[in-house]
Design a protein around this ligand. Structure first.
Ligand code: NI
Length: 179
């Protein structure tokens, strides 16, 4: 069990384009995946990307298979490991939704994302993953994969008047340990 330090906005390591994982049997993968999971669970995150713990690899995890106390109204997303992910929008439709980020603690912002996407990548056991998803699931994947491009959600916002503190925007929401 290793809960790693989360990098916060302003750290230049969050602005790098992450490197592709060279092999699904790379030595560092099992420990990296375990650290990501331990850290995401401890922080009550909806997802986590390797750059957020300072690891410069194209690896994200998201979902839990259970409701998330930080997003009580969101549909349940299955726990997923994605290595070297690729996202393809399905259609041009965009949708605004509120996002937080463990690297931007205490804040939420209204972010436009593609409503429907197809994503592909590899799972924890080297299996190929290909899914077509929409709504919150699609949003989480776009948010996490943006970390691999060195993008944090405020850089995707089109109206910065919709960026604010979680406890002001959503008073009474049990935001868990942090945002
Ligand atoms: Ni994030």
């Amino acid at each position: 069990m290793t809960v790693r330090t989360l990098l916060k906005m302003g750290d230049p390591r969050l602005l790098r384009v992450a490197q592709p994982v060279p092999s699904l049997s790379a030595d560092f993968l099992p420990q990296l995946l375990q650290d990501l999971l331990d850290t995401m669970v401890a922080a009550h995150g909806a997802g986590l990307a390797a750059p957020q713990i300072g690891e410069d690899w194209q690896v994200v995890i998201f979902g839990s298979g259970q409701p998330n106390p930080r997003y009580p109204d969101a549909p349940v997303v299955p726990y997923t490991v994605l290595i070297n992910p690729v996202i393809e929008p399905l259609g041009d439709a965009m949708e605004d939704g509120w996002e937080g980020c463990l690297s931007v603690p205490g804040l939420r912002g209204l972010v436009p994302r593609y409503r429907r996407i197809r994503y592909t990548g590899w799972g924890a056991h080297g299996e190929h993953i290909e899914r077509e998803v929409e709504g919150f699931h699609a949003r989480v994947v776009q948010h996490e994969c943006d970390h691999l491009l060195g993008r944090l959600y405020p850089t995707r916002m089109t109206d910065l008047t919709r960026l604010g503190y979680t406890d002001v925007l959503f008073p009474g929401l049990d935001a868990g340990e942090d945002d």
